[in-house]
Write a protein that binds this ligand. Structure first.
Ligand SMILES: N=CN[C@@H](CCC(=O)O)C(=O)O
Ligand SMILES: [Zn+2]
Length: 394
């Protein structure tokens, strides 16, 4: 085993409230000791023990890697024409999902795998170290299993989203598709998934009603899948209440919330996952994160990277939007993009830095403070913590 002492950390974000400062548990002028691929010690540089090797980061910030707890990376094609139409006033209604389904079906396994790999690489380059990936552009047993198998090559947090939209061939008989999603398709997909999700949205004719979503999620729970839900994206609706009722780990979007929705979330273990890239890319009103935080709701930030509503996986962009447009402080936004989204995935091994944390779950900034993520919006200042690369750079 070889130990490396890392110093010159202007700010170490631990997300440990027992540490020195604030929500983010910041240690200033910090050091960490890495034993091979694990954090072994963290604290003030003045108290740091000796180690075999030494790396001086010369004033950078180190933080937990971003946890992108909501993405749809397994797709082919793009919908830039649909994006352009939205920018001139055509509203989003979920209908384009069927377009991506055709492009995805036409792609070979190797083509899809290469597309996902490239997207994962883009995410790593911006400091994301954990990704949840959904199926949902297959919408048949074979295609949903294929998407989940490919997603599993990149993450343990795979999500079965057969109930993304009702596909065109089932629009005359929605009940049959809901039965498929909660029956044979679920059986085939469950071995490849940790999570189940449904697009529950009364404002889209393609998405699922509260009762349909309940049937599918309940069946998933019986197959030992954990629950997440797309809810309250396009207008007020039942998604949040259903997620809380079923004990879902997360309800995602939460763009339109009633007081009763906020109260329900505040009294629950369900995380409200906000996806500001969607509002940015669909020119929609942003969710009110301030209202949720003030009510005591657990809030997460994620990218929702997908070809329809947000073809960006930049977590620094999501942090900047949350601060600029949604009333979060920089501290709250960074916490939501790391500890908050780790909580939404029910993961205790990520989202913070403590002895035992894997180096693979660390990020580093070419800046002295987490505040720069929002302050220097659009700049590529966050990367995964790559010890070999950092050694070369310093
Ligand atoms: N709203 C449902 N699903 C995605 C969009 C998928 C698409 O349009 O391709 C979302 O989270 O926004
Ligand atoms: Zn989504």
């Amino acid at each position: 085993m070889s130990a490396t002492l890392v110093t010159g950390i202007a700010e170490l974000v631990t997300n440990d409230p027992a540490r020195e400062r604030g929500l983010l548990g910041i240690v200033e002028d910090a050091a960490i000791v890495l034993d091979d691929d694990r954090v072994n010690w963290i604290g003030s540089a003045h108290d740091a023990p000796d180690a075999d090797d030494h790396l001086d980061l010369a004033g950078r910030a180190v933080l937990p890697g971003f946890v992108d707890s909501h993405s749809h990376l397994v797709f082919a094609g793009d919908r830039s024409a649909e994006f352009a139409a939205r920018m001139t006033g055509t509203p989003y209604d979920g209908g384009g999902i069927a377009v991506t389904r055709e492009a995805t079906r036409a792609a070979s396994d190797d083509e899809l795998r290469a597309l996902v790999a490239a997207r994962v690489q883009e995410m790593a380059a911006l400091g994301t170290t954990t990704i949840e990936i959904k199926s949902g552009y297959g919408l048949s047993i074979g295609e949903e299993v294929r998407a989940l198998r490919i997603a599993r090559e990149f993450t343990a947090d795979t999500t079965y989203l057969g109930a993304h939209v009702v596909p065109p061939e089932h629009r005359g008989d929605r009940a049959a598709y809901v039965d498929l999603c909660s029956g044979a398709m679920l059986e085939a997909c469950a071995p490849h998934a940790r999570w189940i999700d449904v697009f529950c949205e009364p404002h889209s004719e393609f998405a699922f009603t509260k009762d349909e979503a309940r049937q599918i999620l309940t069946a998933g729970r019986e197959r030992d899948l954990l629950l997440r839900l797309h809810g309250n994206q396009l207008g007020h609706g039942p998604g949040v209440q259903l997620a809380v009722e079923l004990g879902a780990a997360s309800v995602d979007h939460c763009t339109y919330l009633s007081d009763a929705d906020v109260d329900a979330l505040a009294g629950s273990d369900t995380v409200a996952t906000l996806l500001p890239g969607v509002e940015f890319s669909t020119r929609s009103p942003y969710p009110d994160a301030r209202r949720l935080v003030d009510a005591g709701v657990d809030v997460a930030l994620a990218s929702d990277c997908n070809p329809g509503t947000c073809y960006s996986s930049s977590m620094p962009l999501m942090v900047a939007l949350a601060v600029r447009e949604m009333g979060m402080s920089p501290e709250e936004a960074v916490y939501a993009a790391t500890a908050g989204s780790a909580r939404s995935l029910r993961r205790e091994d990520i989202g913070g830095i403590r002895p035992g944390t894997s180096v693979q779950h660390l990020a580093v900034l070419s800046a002295p403070s987490y505040r720069h993520l929002a302050y220097r919006a659009g700049m590529p200042i966050a990367q995964r913590f790559d010890l070999a690369g950092l050694r070369l750079a310093h």
